[in-house]
Design a protein. Structure first.
Length: 317
């Protein structure tokens, strides 16, 4: 009992760092900051958001790995880290399974959006077009880079993701005509879709209502033995949504408290109204379910890793 009492003042007064593993200006940054604002109101504790979006969130994950385990540091870790783990491109690749997962809020409705300057009106045009479609991407481990490679591998369409655009810079590149399009979450790409001639030409997972984005699904076009594992990979990664974690080794009591905090803000009417008004989806994934999903993806016998590496190799990555 004395230990619990000793911890109470710290919980009430000590600020909490929220490491946001994306660059400022993107949809996930906006969502994380909105969640922090309402979480601060609900738990009566100051939340300090800070962006560390370099290397598709790897540096944010590295910071969380070294953070104290007293509940004073939490992080939003972007799901492209799943691709990074599966590709295992370096010995420094982090094992996502080692973190203590609070859960996820929202699910990504993955779509391919093109601008008017691209001259493309529907995905079928890409199947016979020799000129590649230039897509703005973050870096070679990000979903905006990896997923175009998967689409090319499964459909034969020539997509060329160009890395170097972080956060909101991807949208700006497409708006300016520097790139033809981008793959991302439908809510994050809404600024593009407000411009004349921009449109969704492909739905990568089944969460987007065809009435909202009338375009073919990747599942309807995918071919080859790698179709099933890669479609399931995109679906599983998107379903995790925006996932939040504590450092490895965080005590169970602190993990339980932070899972409760996330549940509290995810169910709060004011937060939900504000998030819905900005187009964010709010499906919730429990922390235990995040751990289970990552365990399935990273299991030694899982087919997704080899299929993803084949997709990247065939596409010329």
């Amino acid at each position: 009992m004395s230990g619990v009492l000793a911890c109470a003042p710290v919980r009430a007064t000590r600020p909490v760092r929220l490491i946001i593993g994306t660059a400022a200006g993107g949809g996930n940054d906006g969502f994380s900051r909105l969640l922090a604002q309402h979480l601060q109101r609900l738990i009566g504790q100051t939340i300090h958001p800070e962006n560390e979006g370099r290397a598709s969130g790897r540096l944010a994950a590295s910071e969380l790995l070294r953070a104290p385990t007293d509940g004073s540091v939490i992080a939003f870790l972007p799901t492209p880290l799943v691709y990074e783990n599966l590709l295992a491109r370096s010995q420094e690749t982090l094992n996502l399974a080692q973190f203590r997962w609070l859960g996820g809020v929202g699910a990504d409705r993955r779509v391919l959006v093109v601008n008017r300057q691209s001259g493309v009106t529907h995905f079928g045009e890409l199947l016979a077009r020799p000129k590649p479609l230039i897509l703005a991407a973050s870096n070679t481990s990000g979903s905006s880079y990896v997923e175009p490679r998967i689409v090319s591998h499964l459909t034969g369409a020539r997509l060329k993701p160009v890395p170097g655009y972080s956060g909101g810079a991807r949208n700006l590149a497409v708006l300016s005509g520097e790139a033809d399009g981008v793959i991302g979450d439908l809510a994050s790409l809404d600024p593009l879709l407000q411009t004349p001639g921009s449109r969704v030409i492909l739905r990568l997972n089944e969460l987007t209502d065809p009435a909202e984005a009338p375009a073919p699904s990747l599942a309807s076009l995918a071919k080859g033995d790698d179709a099933a594992p890669l479609l399931s990979l995109i679906a599983a990664t998107a379903a995790l949504g925006r996932i939040f974690a504590l450092p490895p080794g965080t005590p169970p009591a602190i993990l339980a408290r932070w899972r409760s905090n996330l549940d509290k803000v995810a169910g709060d009417p004011d937060f939900r109204a504000a998030a819905t008004a900005r187009g964010f989806s709010l499906e919730q994934v429990a922390g235990a379910d995040v751990e289970a999903a990552l365990g399935r993806l990273f299991a030694p016998s899982a087919p997704v890793g080899p299929a993803l590496r084949r997709a990247m190799a065939v596409a010329g990555a």
